[in-house]
Design a binder for this molecule. Sequence first.
Ligand code: MLC
Ligand code: AMP
Length: 486
Amino acid sequence: MGTLALLPTLHQPTDAEAVRFGQRCVTYRELRVVTAALARQLSDARRVAIWAQPKLETCVAIVAALAAGVPAVPINPRLGTRELQHVAFDAAPDLILTAPDVTLPEPLRALTRLDVDLDAASAPMPPEPDPESPALIVYTSGTTGPPKGVVLPRRALAADIDALAEAWAWTAQDVLVHGLPLFHVHGLVLGVLGPLRLGGALHHLGSFSVDGVARELGGSATMLFGVPTMYHRLAAAAERDPQVAAALGRARLLISGSAALSVADHHRIAATTGQHVVQRYGMTESLITCAVRAEGPRRPGTVGPPLDVVALRLVDENGEILEASDDNTVGEIEVAGPTLFLGYLNRPDATAEAMHDGWFRTGDVATRGADGHLRLIGRRTTDLISSGGYKIGAGEIESALLEHPGIADAAVTGEPDPDLGERVVAWVVAAGDSPPAAKELADHVGGLLAAHKRPRVVHYLAALPRNDLGKVLKAELRPDPDRGLQ
Ligand code: MLC
Ligand code: AMP
């Protein structure tokens, strides 16, 4: 098999450990056997959904779909009814792959189900699919409307993992630990396909815990991936418990992404463990585009320079390219290169809006230092809320709130939260005299959408401030002392 394979390790498997979830693990040789057998069962499918619980079966299902060349749609098992209906309709998978003993929710029951069998017998590996063919469809929130399916080709996954391997000297000798979900780029592309492409091992925690991280880094794990909320919790734990600090101190690299790691948490971790957390920046559509290098300077608050294969520029509001490297001039990040997606599924309009002349508009604004390191300042629009590493579209929650009969008008914003980075805040105008309680509204949103999208705070107003065009002026939202907050 040539070097063009996405997962070369499956074509020349060894008895080295590939993926471990607690007591359950597979070697590369075992992974090849089960994935080749499952891939044969997928050969007629046009697209498959994967019920992406944090389990070994999910990793096997993803690898099998990749081996078969069938685009895989990982599904967050905590999605609400509205999101499940949307994904099932939009992605229209022929099959859903799941671990055995799972009860699928109603919106997915009409799909043909295939349970992942870890005891399957050997079969030949299908031929390597075209590098330009779609590999994954990952749903991500925009500012308005339901999440969009980001279609990622095989070459983007391969190019990104290889560039990160170069940046972090990441090799088959590394054992990665994380407790990230398996339906987003961070946990899935970097966290599962990364080690598998490079021939190293993944120890997945099932769900994130400080104790799990400390246990693994105190053992054979060499690298940790996490979102800032996780590092915030690790920083506090390392201050309380010298054993946690010692375990973190042993890591080769601690890597943070998906949201901004605060300078304060960077310093807290450095003070107790001696480790300077490495940040990297990216998006579902572009994969990871910037990273602090393992051997380079680690300035807190920066996400490093662009990866070697990524073209990156800062532009002003008129689209003029900014050449400044003064850590001060602010521009929107645009990226180009082999790590980019193919487009949004069924949304040529949204794809055309996001792309121009081969450049992807990220919507993130940043400055650049003399050393080429980027510092993220925020987003061009405030309608994306960054909570615990998840991106939450304000428009989606506003629509859900308006579906409640007791709500006449609604706006959603984010406000700072020490643990999650930002928390969801709803501003509502009641339809009648007795406004629905905050808990009722949170439950209502949590039923339609994933639980992490529920408003944590609800402000009741007489009317929302709007401009002449009827657009809500979110910067002017203020609590109404007569109506209050819940
Ligand atoms: C969980 N909850 C959240 C939340 N996560 N609420 C708001 N925002 C979040 N992010 C709620 C649950 O609904 C639940 O509510 C309660 O918190 C406890 O649930 P839990 O699962 O025990 O939560 P916890 O362990 O606290 O989760 C925090 C977390 C998690 C940081 C471990 O949010 C997480 O795994 N985040 C990772 C997100 C991620 O992978 N992003 C990558 C996107 S890819 P209740 O009321 O029911 O108790 C990307 C590209 C890139 O962005 O650059 O990487
Ligand atoms: P998603 O589209 O869900 O993949 O989320 C991508 C968004 O996460 C980016 O547009 C950024 O706003 C944010 N993000 C990712 N990494 C970082 C980081 N290291 N620092 C700040 N924001 C980040």
